[in-house]
Design a protein around this ligand. Sequence first.
Ligand code: AMP
Ligand code: MG
Length: 430
Amino acid sequence: MSNQSTHSCCSACDREDVEKLPLTDLSEALDRMAALVAPISESQTISLGKALGRILADDVKSAIPLPVSNNSAVDGYAVRLEAMQGQAPFTLSITGRVAAGDDPSKISENSQCIRILTGASVPDWADAVIMQEDTDLSEDGKTATFELRPEQNANIRFAGEDVAKGSVIIEKGAKIDTRHIAIAAASGLGELIAVRPIRVALLATGSELNQPGNPLPPGGIYDSNTPMLVALLSQPHIELTLHRPVKDDLATIQSSIALLAANHDLLLTSGGMSVSDEDYIRRAVAAEAGNFEVKKIRLKPGKPLGFGRIKDCIFIGLPGNPYAALVGYLLFAQSALAHIGGIEKRPQPLKAQAAFTTEKGGKRLEFVPVRITGYSPDGLPQLEKIGRGGSARLRPLINADGLAALPIAEQGVKEADLLDFYPFHSAFEL
Ligand code: AMP
Ligand code: MG
């Protein structure tokens, strides 16, 4: 730790020193975030109907096999192969009928051929099901003639071929989506055990901030970070506390931070992380015995972002500039939330090709809004950069398909360079 400043609190909180704070690379900063966070261990039982978007606290096993019994994949006739010896065609008597939901034990064990419908349980004596399209029925409907002898087990879905009884169907740490709901229901589970919601607090700072919908006083701007972050945080696995935005005043910011850090897993602030004399967050955090794990990031936009701990609460100081706040959230708050909630699977960036050039390289990893303009012969998305940059600009995002990371490099980006691409939506939104 470089906490040897002779100034009042620590090197991170003296504003004249903020400019000199060390820059941490993104990958190292994310590793340090992972190391800083302890996952929530408390869980709660929730009904399946309320499980969407929650995080699974433990592996889920199916108490039954799926399918639960051998059943027919088609509408047709279940046959005993022993009765189909010699030359085709084969004519068999139809001695019963089972539909989905019928108890198959009502059928005589000595049958050779029965009418069977899709999803109906296949009796144990039957070796195969022949599709009704491959069947000739007699006029009176009492016998069926087949031109071919079916393969053993044809058109039978066997018990447990999808899920073996007692096997894991959903792994701990899954964020429950449509697929998980479907398989849990098929296994007969009416409840799941979920991680208790992550308690997140949000505090925007800035004397210029006004709520959208109200008249704007001279010098004021509308607070866009709060609604943006509320939108990002409005998820079933999150319990959000929204503090009203506060003015740039050390005492107010400090008391708000103290209050929120005391009973939340994660505290996000926006604004006030830079070097001016009206930037109070670092000083307020330090005054509350907060410890900055990472003070600034080699990132564009988002250099002033810092994070750490205030007692048991993870704290992330997002920059005030709206685009920088968004990038900071997507990289760091999302990562913190995943670690706190114990989410195992994290969306990874895709590889894509630049369909643009930049004049010179940059000293910080730069996230830019991009649009997909086409695909390379080997299927990589080709990206066009949108807008001329700027950490305050929101308009380029509106036409973007995602963000691309321009690497730290001496030289600028060339056409067809490979870039990490972070799409806003995946092709199959579940
Ligand atoms: P700061 O990080 O406080 O230095 O703010 C950087 C820039 O972002 C300034 O132009 C602020 O007016 C602007 N800003 C800060 N907070 C917000 C917010 N909640 N919504 C929109 N813009 C903001
Ligand atoms: Mg400010």
